[in-house]
Design a protein around this ligand. Structure first.
Ligand code: AGP
Length: 614
């Protein structure tokens, strides 16, 4: 997720752009850049890896004149976060500048075609390809810049929110969007463009939310004009903003954590976008392509991680052993690095990490590297230390996760692990075509199923209200749902400070059942699948000791709802993917209990988003 801004009017664009980028830094902070158009001959472009303040320091006393400009703060998806890959990107002749939030999925095909036509590229980004395509159309067809943008966008697949300026037409900004948000602020003879309303609200409350496949021609002299990508005029619908600035940065949600829980359908879609296709029956993980042979022939896979990422690794163990029949060990990185483990050259070590900077995970990787193992990363932050030390890997593409309690990063990690295990299982012939294809269909259905699940939020909030004053809680699950019991317990304890433990459901009779009484809420994953009957028995055992049962069940379940105190239905899916869906109710329960207990949900006490110390 990136942030884009634009300004055209009678003010100096520079301060408006910089302040706007600062307001959008929660969307990404790998690099920042601006382009300022003084007139047809004078275009100043400044871009820098790092935060917006780094850009300001870099610009220093350089010229910041110009009443037209665009800016960008980046969350890297293609290409490392460095000065070169920073936006804005420009055409060969430097005449056209563009900033982009999104992913152009077919950029490589377009890049090959443009290269044949003599274009050369300075960056690894998909965005640079788009601005060169616009240039190709603009120059070869002799059409207006807005027509060149419209024609080009008809050729691209993927998601985009773009702002384009051209030296030939210094009184215009051309904007367009598809799947990525874009807002236009309508002032007095001036216009603001931004990824959301946070950079705009202090100047004007009158905004136009661009719709998918719409193009806005923001003209200083002729006003705002909107056309569809099919070139049909659209009358701009100007509405008045009600939200306050603070709320806007959270997209209208009370906390970043809730926003990120609700982003999971989009985040999971982005984690498999361009990587799987159910109708054509394939999975393609470009980031591990060159290492698939090593992984398929590994003696053992060792997954190392910490915290929530370690829970994702535990789910990955079930996936690789079930689908690819490769032995797996899952290790706390902090333990692995100190116990003098046996690591062999034919081991494949997979590090799972949202931040890509966790010190213990990094140290464990370095140790494995020294022993000659193959290193893979499943990381959210592009260009992070772990992504650089590993031989290969797959980014989760969850977008920045601001809330300290990990939510969308976890479900996208599990999604990527499932894709990896399926791809390797397919290669090894350990997964039948039927099962492979059914899993593909179920994976593609995940975003919709989570959307449906999120509709139970109010109902789940009601359950949270009942248990918000509990002193302890237990979470139980069997099979690949056991790690979700651990994750649910971690979510509850780290944001509401209630002591919670996760256990394999069968373990209850080996001690923990002594804890059960009428004060003890027991959250159980009791979805349809190979363990269902056994879990029902475990629920009976808890009920016999007057424990309170909150069960996560498959939609339509009848048996458990008869015996549980509360039940939360999740859509039916393949047992392999239950961990992804079953996590969401626990995220919501923990969130609501923490809010009711007036805890600092986004920055819980004693915690940090990335533990870069040992
Ligand atoms: C989970 O909610 C916590 N934020 C924490 O356990 C986290 O998962 C852990 O510190 C690992 O961080 P990483 O994924 O960035 O490596």
């Amino acid at each position: 997720m990136c942030g884009i801004v634009g300004y055209i009017g009678n003010k100096k664009a520079y301060p408006v752009l910089i302040k706007g980028l600062s307001r959008l830094e929660y969307r990404g902070y790998d690099s920042a850049g601006i382009a300022l158009l003084e007139n047809q001959d004078k275009l100043n472009v400044y871009k820098r890896a790092g935060k917006v303040q780094d850009l300001v320091d870099y610009i220093g006393d350089s010229s910041t004149e110009g009443n037209v400009g665009i800016g960008h703060t980046r969350w890297a998806t293609h290409g490392l976060p460095n000065d070169t890959n920073a936006h804005p990107h420009f055409s060969s002749d430097g005449n056209i500048m563009l900033v982009h939030n999104g992913i152009i999925e077919n950029y490589d095909i377009i890049k090959k075609e443009l290269t044949k036509r003599g274009h050369s590229f300075q960056t690894e980004t998909d965005t640079e390809v788009l601005v060169h395509l616009i240039e190709e159309v603009y120059k070869k067809s002799g059409v207006s810049i807005e027509e060149a943008v419209r024609t080009s966008l008809n050729e691209v697949h993927g998601a985009y929110a773009i702002a384009v300026i051209c030296k030939d037409t210094p009184d215009k900004i051309i904007c367009a969007r598809k799947s990525s948000p874009l807002v236009i602020g309508v002032g007095e003879d001036e216009y603001y463009v931004a990824s959301d309303a946070t950079p705009i609200v202090e100047y004007t409350k009158n905004v136009v939310y661009l719709e998918d496949e719409q193009i806005a021609i923001v003209d200083k002299n002729n006003g705002l004009r909107i056309i569809s990508i099919a070139n049909v005029e659209v009358s701009p619908y100007i509405q008045e903003l009600e939200l306050q600035l603070e709320e806007l940065e959270k997209g209208g949600y009370e906390h970043f954590m809730l926003k990120e829980i609700y982003e999971q359908p989009r985040a999971i879609h982005d984690s498999f976008r361009g990587r799987l296709n159910a109708s054509e029956g394939w999975i393609s993980l470009g980031g591990i392509k060159d290492y698939e042979e090593q992984i398929a022939n590994a003696d053992r896979i060792i997954i190392i991680a910490c915290g929530t990422s370690w829970h994702a690794g535990l789910v990955g163990e079930y996936y690789f052993e079930d689908l690819a029949r490769i032995p797996v060990e899952v290790e706390y990185a902090s333990e692995f690095r100190y116990r003098n483990p046996v690591i062999r050259k034919n081991d494949v070590v997979i590090a799972v990490s949202q931040s890509g900077e966790t010190a213990d995970t990094m140290a464990a990787l370095k140790m494995a590297k020294a022993e000659g193992a193959t290193l893979l990363g499943i990381v959210n932050v592009v260009g992070s230390s772990i992504s650089r030390i590993t031989d290969a890997g797959s980014y989760t593409h969850a977008g920045p996760e601001i809330g300290v309690a990990s939510t969308k990063a976890f479900t996208t990690q599990v999604t990527v692990l499932a894709m990896m295990a399926m791809a390797i299982g397919k290669k090894r012939g350990t997964i039948s075509d039927k099962r492979f294809n059914n899993l593909l269909i179920e994976m593609e259905a995940l975003p919709t199923k989570i959307e449906k699940l999120l509709k139970s939020n109010d109902y789940i909030q009601g359950i949270a209200e009942i248990y918000k004053d509990a002193s302890n809680a237990l979470f139980l699950g069997r099979g690949s749902a056991f790690p979700i019991a651990l994750e649910g317990a971690l979510k509850l304890k780290e944001i509401s400070y209630i002591h919670a433990e996760g256990y394999p459901a069968a373990e209850m009779k080996h001690g923990p059942i002594a804890l059960i009484d009428e004060e003890m809420p027991v959250f159980v994953i009791a979805t349809k699948g190979p363990h269902y009957e056994k879990v029902v028995s475990n629920i009976q055992e808890v009920k016999a000791r007057k424990g309170k049962i909150i069960a996560v069940v498959t939609k339509g379940d009848t048996a458990v709802r008869e015996i549980a105190d509360h039940f939360i239905e999740i859509p039916d899916t393949d047992d392999v993917l239950v961990p992804i869906l079953a996590t969401v109710p626990f995220q919501l329960i923990s969130y609501h209990i923490a809010v009711m207990r007036e805890c600092n949900v986004d920055q819980p006490r004693n915690l940090a988003k990335s533990v870069t110390v040992e």
